[in-house]
Design a protein around this ligand. Structure first.
Ligand code: B3K
Ligand code: ZN
Length: 876
């Protein structure tokens, strides 16, 4: 594929007025008739042809106003249809008939079959696999959809909008018609047909309209959709309360399918979900599953306004809908759960996924200016950093002006396909603040590094902060401008209270936000009665790397006294990090790690502090991951040394904290029947973390075996199994537990995914053999994306020692599997390949092996655009 550039954006020559689709569904020969009404846009050359997109299409008919078009007047190719000699200004109707094979469609884009269900996925460019069409997000039209199918096998016929009617056809077939009154781009089109069970409910909107809610799942799985339904109703209410957004059709449907390339899809009125993010009950779902379901149900629902009513002008603007909608779902979950704990989880995720992307060969701006394959830009930069940028706008403006800007956005752009510039202008107009410099967050890739030093002058009672920012070079962007960085901070006095300055010079400070706008900036605070401990980047107000030399005593002071709970966690995390880095260095030299006992005490004190909620304490006990440590070290990484250093630190903490952990295991037991609420989940998290440390301290499997036996929910059960498998992979009790788990849950694909995932993450030498053996397990299924992700994806993304073998076998194994997967499902192959994005930060032997494996992929014949785009950027 060629490279598409933002600067070449042009509106279409023809305006699409209406779309009428008729599907005659058949597993291998589905007929699609598309009737499209167009007119030429004003001032467009009368000779300009109509050019429509297509992908692997077989056209069986083409009419202009119901008349055959002469072959000389059109060109039909696999990827486009060009029609000439069209009316100068009058509207005209093009009728296109295509024939497609859903059964043979393994890409899971366009119309495909999963477990005898017809299902579509059109974002980003899947609609062109159904019919020739102006398949781009700035073409908005009203759709009518007629679906015809065999009644016995497809009693359910669904599409977007409101149901118009349907009936039997006397030949064993039946039809249904749907009308969506809201103009939409083709990527939001959906069709589902098949035989499914349903869970129904209703929601009364703020203006008193009753909305029918339906969640469709495989027959027999209805009880497992209850939590998703509850989450949906809470999402609808929250969007009314917090953003003033009301739902706009008579019906809202969700369909859960088991073969899906991603999490879910926000098609207008008919969301399609990976069933992993719909189905849950205490026996089969973990607390993390429940939290994900809540967040993703909310995310897709929130897209109805941020994405559907107001959509993207072009795919460069993807963060317009994704970053904003992630911000909205983050806020929703924060309101439903513990705000501080939610924020900690978000930042952990951002740092472990987005920061490496921003620091590696795949780095790109939140709003990119070029792409080869748009599917490769559904990235954590667009989503998570995009959300952080939205959060920074809220921080800069304050809650009221942010709300005013959002309201303006909804009023000004409803029904339009717009750009990031349009979005930002709403906040400028609502606040009167110039956001030109701030907007660099959309345009400059790379995580800014902010270095700070502070000096307190006792005589003058003043505090001087010297700040410096540096945005690293990224592919295509060697030089960067200074950014507008909203840095929240606190000045903590020795008694724990907070100092406020009598005056500030050298920069703008509003409330607790310092606006860093220069490359170098010195800010002086007057009237500070004694030397304060400075707590920087409260709430992670800005996604930066902070370089600030701070003593362990000062960090412990923050951990004890900060009013911002996130900052407390950050301080504890920052205390642990240097220990882990030092332990890595020792391990590399073959020396034992030395762990500072006072820091262990600080950590244990926080873990035992009953004034803090259990979920927060569990986050404190979860040390920086091996990937976090690798990122901290930055280059020349040896994953084995990181692993062994971290193990030693864990063991030291475990031994020192034995009593604390034993008490937590006792006290945090959750009694009564299972509830997925955040407080109970927090207790389970703390208890399981304590259990894991205890097992470290004792180095015996007994407690984990007992926990496995006693567990009455999937969180506890899978945690116990993980401890057993990771700590005692060769123990016979581990083998027994794994077998027992497999037999018990054999019929539940989502649980079997966990079974694969737990084994794929067992660290060390044996991992590759284990993963290879698991690929031969009868339960492995190479054409189910969830299964592939649970085994291959988990191995490559989440098993640093097992995957990054010094002999390079892990990379060669992955490369071989990527090449096997690519012809069938290029999107999935490309996504899993990004697991190698940080290969350059490995020590040279591993890096050489990684490069060679990537070159093998790059050199293969017939690569998809998806995989070749990723591999070429990774090798550049
Ligand atoms: N918009 C979809 C993602 C589509 C991905 C296409 N490759 C789900 C979401 O972000 O809500
Ligand atoms: Zn989204």
């Amino acid at each position: 594929g060629e490279i598409i550039h933002l600067e070449n954006y042009q509106p279409t020559d023809f305006i699409l007025e209406r779309v009428d689709l008729t599907f005659e569904l058949d597993p291998t020969e589905t007929k699609v008739e598309a009737r499209l009404i167009f007119h030429r846009r004003e001032n467009v050359d009368v000779n300009a042809p109509l050019v429509l997109d297509g992908d692997e299409l077989k056209m069986t008919g083409l009419l202009l106003d119901q008349e055959t078009i002469e072959p000389a007047h059109y060109d039909a190719a696999e990827s486009s249809l060009t029609i000439r000699n069209l009316p100068a200004s009058a509207p005209f109707e093009i009728t296109i008939t295509t024939e497609i094979n859903p059964e043979a469609n393994t890409t899971l884009m366009g119309l495909y079959r999963t477990k005898n269900i017809y299902c579509t996925q059109c974002e980003a460019e899947g609609f062109r696999r159904i019919t020739y069409f102006p398949d781009r997000p700035d073409v908005l039209a009203v759709y009518t959809v007629n679906i015809i199918a065999e009644k016995a096998t497809a009693p359910l016929l669904l599409s977007n909008g409101n149901f118009l009617g349907g009936a039997g056809m006397g030949d064993g077939r039946h039809f249904a018609a749907w009308f969506d009154p809201h103009p939409k781009p083709s990527y939001l089109f959906a069709l589902v047909a098949g035989d499914l069970g349903v869970v129904e409910d209703t929601f009364t909107t703020m203006s008193g309209r009753d909305i029918a809610l339906k969640i469709y799942v495989e027959h027999g799985k209805e009880p497992r959709a209850a939590y998703a339904m509850d989450a949906l109703k809470r999402s609808m209410k929250w969007d009314e309360d917090v953003f003033g957004r009301e739902y706009d059709l008579d019906i809202f449907m969700i369909v859960a399918v088991s073969d899906f390339n991603m999490g879910a899809m926000e098609n207008k009125g008919l969301n399609v979900f990976n069933d992993k993010y719909v189905l849950a009950d205490s026996e089969t779902a973990t607390d993390a599953d429940y939290a994900n379901i809540e967040a993703i149900i909310a995310h897709e629902y929130f897209h109805n306004w941020t994405g559907n009513r107001i959509t993207c002008r072009d795919w460069f603007q993807l963060c317009l809908k994704e970053g904003l909608t992630v911000y909205r779902d983050h806020e929703f979950s924060a309101d439903m759960r513990s705000r501080a704990v939610k924020r900690i989880a978000e930042v952990r995720h951002l740092k472990s996924e987005q920061f490496p992307e921003d620091a590696g060969p795949l780095a790109h701006p939140v709003r990119p200016t070029k792409y080869r394959e748009i599917n490769n830009f559904y990235t954590t930069t667009v989503y998570e950093k995009g959300s952080e940028v939205t959060r920074m706008i809220a921080t800069l403006l304050g809650a009221d002006l942010f709300k005013k800007g959002m309201d303006l956005y909804f009023v000004r752009h409803d029904g339009q396909a717009v750009t990031i510039e349009d979005f930002v202008r709403c906040f400028e107009d609502a606040s009167g603040r110039n956001l030109t410099q701030f907007a660099l967050w959309y345009h400059q890739a790379g995580t800014p590094l902010v270095s700070v030093s502070v000096e307190y002058d006792t005589a003058k009672q003043s505090l001087t902060m010297a700040l410096e920012q540096m945005v690293p070079a990224t592919p295509g962007q060697p030089d960067k401008e200074p950014m507008h960085i909203p840095l929240r901070f606190g000045l903590l006095l020795p008694n724990g209270s907070e100092a406020t300055a009598t005056s500030v010079a050298g920069g703008e400070v509003t409330g607790d936000v310092l606006h860093l706008v220069e490359r170098k900036q010195t800010v002086v605070f007057e009237g500070i009665s004694s030397r304060p401990v400075v707590s920087f980047n409260r709430g992670f107000s800005t996604p930066i790397n902070l370089h600030f030399e701070q003593s362990a005593t000062d960090r412990a002071h923050i951990a004890r006294h900060e009013s911002d709970l996130f900052a407390r966690w950050q301080a504890l995390n920052d205390l642990a990090t240097p220990n882990l880095v030092a332990a890595t260095e020792s391990a590399r030299k073959g020396e034992p790690a030395s762990v500072d006992p006072s820091q262990v005490e600080t950590l244990l004190a926080a873990a035992a502090d009953e004034t803090l909620e259990p979920a927060f304490r569990a986050q404190v006990l979860a040390l920086p991951s091996e990937a976090d440590i690798a990122r901290e070290i930055g280059s020349n990484n040896d994953p084995d040394a990181i692993h062994s250093g971290r193990q030693q630190v864990m063991t030291a903490i475990a031994k020192a904290g034995r009593d604390v952990f034993a008490r937590l295991v006792e006290n945090m037991a959750v009694s009564g029947s299972f509830s997925p609420d955040a407080a109970s989940a927090g207790r389970r998290a703390l208890r399981n973390s304590a259990l894991s440390y205890l097992v470290y301290a004792e180095n015996q499997a007994e407690r984990a075996i007992k926990a496995f036996r006693d567990a009455n929910n999937m969180t506890d059960l899978s945690q116990a199994l993980t401890i057993l498998a990771h700590r005692f992979p060769h123990d016979v009790s581990t083998t027994e537990a794994l077998d027992e788990f497999k037999i018990r849950f054999e019929d539940n694909a989502l649980v079997i995914d966990k079974w694969f995932g737990i084994q794929a993450t067992i660290p060390g030498d044996g991992a590759l053999q284990r993963v290879k053996a698991l690929m031969d397990d009868p339960l492995f299924n190479a054409s189910n994306p969830n299964r592939v992700r649970s085994l291959l994806g988990t191995y490559a993304f989440a098993n640093p020692t097992g995957f990054n073998r010094p002999d390079g076998e892990g990379y060669r194994f992955l490369a071989k599997n990527i090449l096997a997967m690519d012809p069938k499902n290029p999107q999935l192959a490309a996504r899993i390949l990004t697991s190698m994005r940080s290969w350059r930060s490995l020590e040279s032997q591993r890096a050489d092996h990684a490069r060679n494996a990537l070159r093998d992929i790059a050199g293969a014949s017939k690569l998809s655009a998806d995989v070749s785009d990723i591999v070429e950027r990774m090798l550049k």
